[in-house]
Design a protein around this ligand. Structure first.
Ligand code: SIN
Length: 319
């Protein structure tokens, strides 16, 4: 039985086209199909695994929706369960890649590699970065023992818990912050510097079922992000609570600090039954919890990942 690598396309700049080869910003994302992207990479089909492609979506990832997430989670889950599938690669836009990475990691905690990859330049660029990223992602997916959800960009392997887009233009647009990357892909070979990422094990399978079954994206809890900043007040939170929000993540300043007016509104929301989580808007570090904290911290997750996590927790329900 030949091992398979499944490559799922969702769009992004990696599948983008521009009118001019020198245009790296005025392009349209999500234009080229996944089979065409794969065919365009010399040597990709020559590895030890058979390649299978499937177009799951074709979107600019700024427009990521619950429906696409549900479809993607269902397809990843389906292929992970096939004994002959060694690993999965997902082509994705860079803009919300870290959110999808956390969703798949926390939801599916895969024992096989699920490797998200992307590009900062469109497929029509003079020197596109997508083909090398795709080749590297397949090398990671084919690596014996690889597991968990990973992101591969510019030769760097990041784990889903730590990966974050940190640059608007540079090809090496992602960082794992002070945790550091999982490793590097060099000439098709992996140099690992950390363990494969571990996923939280508390996830109730009911959450998986709900997400995967609701293919229209309905039924996801409403969780929003608010931010602390100079002069932050109570109005935004009060409007969200009045609008029926079920969860709030606050991107706090520094080590979780909040303007006293915003904090009072969040505590009021919490007392009214809204789940509230405190993350930090700092790019590196995490909110260090203290005994008796009135608002729980995000356990190191960035605000956008903490939001995904809170949605999953609300879907899973108590216990
Ligand atoms: C997107 O996120 O789909 C567009 C931007 C990118 O992929 O770099």
């Amino acid at each position: 039985m030949n091992r398979k690598i499944v490559i799922l396309g969702t769009g992004g700049t990696i599948a983008g086209t521009a009118a001019s080869a020198s245009d790296h910003t005025g392009y349209t994302a999500a234009q080229v199909g996944i089979s065409q992207l794969v065919e365009a990479v010399p040597g990709l089909a020559e590895g030890s695994c058979d390649l299978v492609t499937e177009q799951v979506a074709q979107i600019d990832s700024k427009d990521m929706s619950f429906a696409v997430w549900a479809r993607l989670a269902a397809r990843v889950s389906h292929f992970l369960a096939q004994p002959d599938v060694q690993g999965i690669v997902v082509t994705h836009g860079t803009d919300t890649l870290e959110e999808t990475a956390w969703l798949l990691h926390a939801l599916l905690h895969p024992g096989k590699p699920v490797v998200l990859t992307c590009a900062m330049r469109p497929a029509t660029a003079l020197a596109p970065d997508g083909p090398q990223n795709l080749l590297d992602a397949v090398a990671v997916a084919a690596h014996p023992g690889a597991r968990g959800v990973l992101a591969v960009c510019a030769g760097v392997i990041h784990g889903a818990p730590d990966v974050q887009k940190v640059h608007t233009y540079r090809l090496d647009a992602f960082s794992s912050g002070d945790a550091g990357p999982v490793g590097y892909v060099e000439e098709g070979r992996l140099r690992l510097v950390r363990n494969w990422p571990e996923a939280p094990v508390h996830r109730a399978s009911a959450a998986i079922k709900k997400v995967v079954e609701q293919q229209d994206g309905s039924g996801w809890p409403r969780v929003e992000i608010v931010m602390n900043y100079a002069g932050a007040g109570a109005g935004g939170v009060q409007a969200l609570v009045a609008g029926g929000v079920q969860g709030l993540v606050v991107a706090a300043t520094g080590n979780g600090t909040l303007h006293h007016e915003l904090e009072a509104a969040l505590l009021e929301a919490q007392a009214a039954g809204v789940r509230v989580i405190r993350a930090t808007r700092c790019l590196e570090g995490r909110v260090l919890p203290r005994h008796g904290d009135a608002i729980a911290d995000s356990q190191g997750l960035s605000p956008v990942k903490a939001r995904v996590e809170l949605m999953l927790q609300l879907m899973a329900g108590p216990g």
